[in-house]
Write a new protein. Sequence first.
Length: 257
Amino acid sequence: MDISLLAISIGNTCTHIGAFVRGELELSDHCDNEDVDALDERIIKVNKALGDDEDASVLISSVHTEAMSMKITRIVERLTERQSYRVGQDMPVPIGRQLDPETIVGEDRLLNAAAAYSVLKQSCVVVDAGTALTVDYVDGAGTFHGGAILPGASLMLAALHEHTAQLPEVQPARPREAVGHNTGEAMLSGMFHGIRGAVRELTEQYAEKAGIFPLVVATGGNAELLFEDFPMIDRIVPNLTLMGLAVTMQESMDAEV
């Protein structure tokens, strides 16, 4: 890739920002969607990595509401004064799809799949450990088939606290061992091993259906916490969604030539 790009991924809780210089991710950062001051600061900082490159543009994806997406888009355009584009509206994610008719898939899932396949060029499973945890299958021809969605680590623990009378508020962490010797540890063990078990089971089901065991790539804010030493995961790529934005922009530019 030889593009220069400011990539913006608006997630459910955080916005991730990356500067690609001649196709390489030069700098990245993120912040809470609601923290406008921090968002301004992060955008300005990452945009500086592009220097005075007048050919650099902005590509934005979002899984948030349209109101939040437009709010952040206006902030980006004001601070960078660069031409901005939206995934889906201005250019499609370059990944084949085998889904039910009229199905709407989160842009982050498609971008992750496109980024993973662009490098691996073979069947793969993409695990995104964010607010929700998704486990998606891409076949050897680069077709996205969908997958599974379950609560992410924070959401799972928050649901236990909010919908029971006595379970405490617990933040995601690695349990000391599988057997929890107090309530908080028991909740962490259920979250941690439950997610790992789901990823293992789903990957094995996908492999059985495909007739080949795929490589497994993990990304998302809790990927390191959940999968750092998990043999089922072949590699952890923290900025996979940003890479998918770069792949999308490059494919779009190549198609215009």
